[in-house]
Design a protein around this ligand. Structure first.
Ligand code: HEC
Length: 110
């Protein structure tokens, strides 16, 4: 019996470790996205997505139109520069997660 205890502990750690990571995972992309947003997007789209009047008000961007978001950010749209080659697709995903967190989107539908 004594001999099984460290083994049981290892199993417990193995079982709880990924679960703890998964719980932390939700805020982390949004936080990384927030930093990218501040450096790349905020000057036109405003602090906390509150537009300064230059860019589109991202608080009104439809959650259902993620493809449009990626397309507009990648290729630009009129006065908005293209981010292709400046931001990686994963970074656009992080910004998308940040916009969703500010707008209170339900994660399941993102
Ligand atoms: C130089 C200013 C500027 C910067 C920097 C900028 N944008 Fe824009 N953005 C605009 C303007 C202006 C529009 C409105 C374009 C239009 O509809 O004429 C816009 C529109 C948008 C739209 C709406 C596109 C659509 O399909 O209607 C999205 C989404 C967007 N920007 C995301 C971003 C993201 C994400 C970043 C940072 C990576 C960013 N923008 C950086 C100026 C900017």
């Amino acid at each position: 019996m004594k001999g099984t205890r460290p083994y049981a502990l290892a199993l417990t750690l193995a079982a709880t470790w990924p679960a703890a990571g998964a719980q932390d995972a939700a805020p982390v992309p949004a936080e990384a996205g927030r930093k990218l947003y501040i450096s790349a997007c905020q000057r036109c789209h405003g602090i906390n997505l509150v537009t300064s009047g230059i860019g589109f008000d991202l608080r009104t961007f439809p959650q259902a139109e993620k493809e449009r978001f990626i397309r507009s950010v990648t290729h630009g749209l009129r006065a908005m520069p293209a981010w292709n080659g400046i931001l990686q697709p994963e970074q656009m995903e992080l910004i998308w997660a940040y916009i969703g967190s500010v707008n209170g989107w339900k994660p399941a539908a993102q």
